[in-house]
Design a protein around this ligand. Structure first.
Ligand code: FDA
Length: 320
């Protein structure tokens, strides 16, 4: 009930406008968001890198409504890729297609994202033999209205060649949500092309016609898909804060003798820092997803939906 309520709130334009402009809202958002500027994001990246973890940087924003906004979003990602390369940071970027104008003009979104993937493919970066260190663009997965188009996009980008003839393969990746019934088929198809996948449970409200509703079913599918990914020999991201999913992944990797550098765990900025640290201490790879920017409201509300207890935690800290 509460999850559905927060997901519904995350779509309210009125509350969003109010929250994003208010000082209290901005203060609360800092629990999960690194700040508003590129400099804030880079400072957070350096701090996370110092802890022995890699980063994926996400400039918050989704469902832009004009070509100009889409172009500005892409421009910011160009700056991010340049700053990561210049600072030799252990980081890549994550973006949403609706932030690149998918709802406005699909051809424009294709042109913008393809420009970013071409830039990543042209960048060597330190240790670029290691897939974790190569410049890379992750295309986040949004609600089910976008699933097919997003996967088609990633497949097309992965097969593409940049202007300088550099292959995009390995420089762009997809996200799969274990709550969707279709995900097993999608994983098979992506693996046939050796496309890098981030596996997560899924953050949107989806109906029973297309998605598991029970946590136990979502989790069982997560474990099934995780095994497919780990056995594939492609470098994937296992994105979860759920200790049960993490234990299942570690047990499977050990049983199948899959080395710790063959995949990475991924977690969100500000969530389960203790677990992030302890996994790194045990020798596993960890990438922290760092969101930043002024448009933090929908992302922030989806995080509250995952754990409504966070609301009390945030309020307590606010009045402390
Ligand atoms: P689950 O929700 O079952 O939580 C397990 C435990 O984790 C909880 O008991 C709690 O201890 C902890 N936890 C989880 N969420 C928390 C929170 N907000 N605050 C505090 N503790 C929390 N989704 C999507 O649809 N598209 C995408 O592209 C992405 N991308 C993405 C990247 C990365 C790096 C991560 C980690 C997650 C995503 N997600 C996502 C979100 C994902 O689908 C999912 O909603 C959340 O990760 C929560 O699911 P868990 O696997 O953590 O388990």
């Amino acid at each position: 009930m509460l999850r559905a309520f927060f997901i519904w709130l995350s779509t309210s334009r009125w509350l969003r406008a109010l929250a994003e402009r208010s000082a209290v809202g901005q203060r609360m958002s800092r629990r999960f968001v690194a700040g508003e500027t590129i400099e804030d994001a880079l400072a957070a990246t350096r701090a996370v890198n110092r802890l022995g973890m890699s980063v994926s940087l996400d400039n918050l924003g989704e469902n832009v409504t004009s070509p100009g906004e889409a172009r500005r979003s892409a421009q910011l990602y160009h700056q991010l890729l340049d700053a990561i390369a210049a600072g030799e940071l252990n980081a890549n970027v994550s973006l949403k297609l609706t932030h690149m104008g998918l709802d406005v003009d699909e051809a424009l979104a294709r042109e913008l994202v393809s420009g970013l993937v071409a830039k990543a493919a042209a960048q060597q970066g330190p240790g670029s033999q290691d897939p974790a260190r190569a410049a890379f663009v992750r295309v986040d997965m949004e609600g089910s209205a976008y699933t097919q188009r997003t996967l088609d996009f990633v497949r097309e980008l992965h097969r593409g060649l940049g202007q300088n003839g550099k292959s995009h393969a390995g420089r762009v990746g997809a996200v799969i949500q274990s709550y969707l019934y279709r995900s097993e088929k999608d994983v098979e198809q992506l693996l046939a092309d050796r496309i890098r996948i981030r596996l997560c449970k899924g953050a949107y409200k989806e109906p029973p016609e297309i998605a598991f509703q029970k946590k136990s079913d979502v989790d069982a599918n997560y474990v099934r898909l995780m095994k497919m990914l780990l056995k594939s020999g492609v470098y994937h991201g296992i994105a979860t804060h759920d200790p049960k999913m993490i234990e299942a992944t570690i047990a499977f990797a050990r049983a199948e003798k899959i080395p710790p550098d063959a995949f990475e765990f991924q977690m969100l900025y500000g969530i389960r820092r203790d677990l992030q640290k302890s996994l790194v201490e045990q020798g596993w790879r960890m990438r922290v997803y760092i969101p930043f920017g002024t448009q933090w409201y929908p992302y922030f509300m989806r995080r509250l939906a995952e754990r409504p207890a966070n609301v009390f935690f945030l309020l307590k800290n606010l009045f402390r």
